[in-house]
Design a protein around this ligand. Structure first.
Ligand code: NA7
Length: 534
């Protein structure tokens, strides 16, 4: 297409999830903004992940927008940890209330981005054939938005349906009378399975790695608690941004080693029953930094599993032993371990005997063919890099992002990639991502990005890029802080080890949000250190 025929915009936002919606709101008054969204509705993660039991694991008074005080005063969350339908309803409410739909083109995924170095503009092409020339692109594409489906052969042979939890049918699925095979025992599987087990004739759980899980303690939102948050929202939001994980979950001062065995037991028991997700990870100051302290918590959870699950052999199979608790995100359940006491649930170890293929009747390993009527995969995501690599992105000198990231992502501050000017990522690889409460930290990142764009205009520049030297300094910072915690001892989507053959190293910034945000702010304040503007 010739340039004259292209639609012009100032900013293209990719994705109408929570960060994308906020980016539209934040930038729409001063810029011509166009947002492309792959789904036919808004909400991102909470649009796609509509599997039974889908629920956020952060309390909703925190996991919500703070940009508009009237919104946070008026909105009522029915439950402490909101279920997917409420989160999707909230995203739709925000889109309607702030008139954001006018800027969003649904069912219209961005397919390619091409930087024109002559004009310092991105050319954006989409699934529906839209072609937009814009000054800036903000990729709010989501950390967990490309489902991972292991490439077992024979998918077409299987007579029944195969579902991925991240692409769940809107109308729901009725498993009544069905023999269901369920693969994946991460946060998603643990939420979905107890509900499916109540419906299915039989549920076979294919477990590769057992998960640490604690009870969610979900409950209706307490009116006094809600009033208290609403009376103090501005301070609370500010305080959240000053904490490691942008959350009220805080470490105590004392180490596990300062406590007697009896004190530890009491603290751990209280944490287990706290109705506060993640409390087990902060019951001592050193759970996430000291292997021995961590093992005390691990053994406590194994003890709980042995108490809850009646069959000793099944209980042992469910006990995680190969990685520290918190090394992967702690799963929050509602009756997960209890589910294994049902007569219609069987646990299979696919670490020992891996799944090899789909068959006409179900799934087979080297030793067994499992006969199934339906298969559910909760096998996670091509996390952090997947959503960017899915777009054909060409930067300066014809360089493709996918080539540049062949051995894993390189970024500066998780926000920009050298050679791809004027392209900003929100919750990109090497940001705190899921280590921080993502709505509030996403708002912060969007505000930072909006500030950079506004400075560009104030200072009369048309191009901002970063450098490979700056990328290297950020990689060193990401590595340095990741050495300080037990995360490095677990294989997970944080370090690209959830998918066979994926390269990446440690892709999450584990140094805490205050350190992350102060480094981003300092880079700007120190004359755009690590950036090149022209
Ligand atoms: P996760 O946490 O990545 O879990 C995926 C699960 O799928 C996990 O149990 C995996 O086992 C399992 N898996 C993946 N590939 C295979 C193969 N090939 N064979 C058997 N099992 C497999 O994704 P979730 O959707 O549960 O949660 C993602 C995030 O959402 C979570 O961290 C929260 O932030 C919310 P593995 O443990 O890798 O051995």
């Amino acid at each position: 297409m010739n340039k004259a025929a292209m639609e012009e915009a100032d900013i293209v936002v990719i994705g109408a999830g929570f960060s994308g919606l906020y980016a539209i709101w934040r930038l729409r008054n001063d810029h011509k903004v166009v947002c492309f969204e792959a789904g036919d509705g808004v909400g991102g993660t909470w649009y796609w992940n509509r599997y039974p039991g889908a629920r956020v694991d952060i309390q909703s008074v925190e996991y919500s927008y703070g940009f508009d005080d009237a919104l946070q005063q008026e909105w009522h969350w029915p439950e402490h940890f909101s279920a997917q339908p409420d989160l999707e309803r909230y995203a739709n409410h925000v889109a309607d209330r702030f008139g954001l739909r006018d800027f969003i083109r649904l069912s219209n995924a961005v397919q390619s981005l091409h930087f024109d170095a002559e004009t310092d503009r991105w050319h954006v092409r989409t699934a529906k054939g839209d072609v937009v020339s814009c000054r800036y692109v903000i990729a709010a594409t989501g950390a967990l938005s490309v489902p991972n489906s292991p490439p077992w052969p024979g998918r077409e042979l299987f007579k029944g349906p195969i579902y991925h939890t991240a692409d769940w049918p809107r109308e729901g699925v009725d498993f009544t009378g069905k023999r269901v095979g369920f693969i994946g025992t991460g946060s998603t599987g643990i939420q979905a399975m107890p509900i499916i087990a109540q419906q299915a004739a039989h549920l076979t759980v294919f477990q590769r790695t057992p998960a640490f899980c604690m009870p969610s303690g979900n409950k209706p939102l307490d009116p006094a608690f809600e009033r208290d948050w609403k009376a103090n929202y501005p301070q609370r939001r500010k305080q959240l941004l000053e904490t490691y994980g942008v959350s009220t979950i805080q470490y105590p001062e004392f180490s596990a080693h300062d406590c007697t065995p009896e004190q530890r037991e009491e603290i751990l028991e209280n944490a287990w029953n706290s109705q506060s997700a993640f409390q087990l990870l902060v019951c001592f100051s050193d759970v996430m930094t000291d292997r021995a302290a961590n093992e005390i918590v691990c053994e406590f959870v194994r003890g709980k599993i042995r108490q809850i699950v009646k069959d000793p052999a099944t209980a042992e199979m469910l006990c995680p032993r190969t990685y520290p608790i918190g090394g992967k995100r702690l799963c929050i359940g509602n009756g997960y371990f209890e589910m294994f006491n049902r007569d219609n649930v069987t646990l299979v170890d696919v670490k020992a005997d891996p799944i090899l293929a789909y068959t006409a009747k179900g799934l087979c390993t080297a030793g067994v063919e499992y006969e199934l009527d339906a298969i559910v995969t909760a096998t996670g995501f091509d996390a952090l890099t997947g959503s960017m690599n899915k777009i054909d992105i060409t930067g300066l000198n014809g360089r493709k992002m996918v080539d540049k990231w062949a051995n894993g992502p390189t970024t500066y501050l998780g926000a920009m990639v050298a050679g791809f000017p004027n392209l900003f990522m929100i919750h990109g690889p090497m940001t705190p991502g899921a280590q921080a409460q993502m709505i509030t930290s996403g708002e912060w990142q969007v505000n930072w990005t909006a500030g950079v764009i506004s400075d560009m205009e104030r200072d009369g520049y048309t191009r901002i890029d970063t450098t490979e030297v700056a990328e290297k300094s950020w990689a060193d910072e990401v590595d340095m802080v990741s050495e300080a915690t037990v995360h490095k001892l677990a294989d997970s989507w944080y370090n690209a080890k959830n998918i066979e053959g994926k390269k990446g190293g440690f892709m999450i910034y584990i140094g805490g949000f205050p350190r992350y945000s102060s480094l981003c702010a300092a880079a700007v304040k120190e004359g755009y250190k690590g950036f090149v503007r022209r």
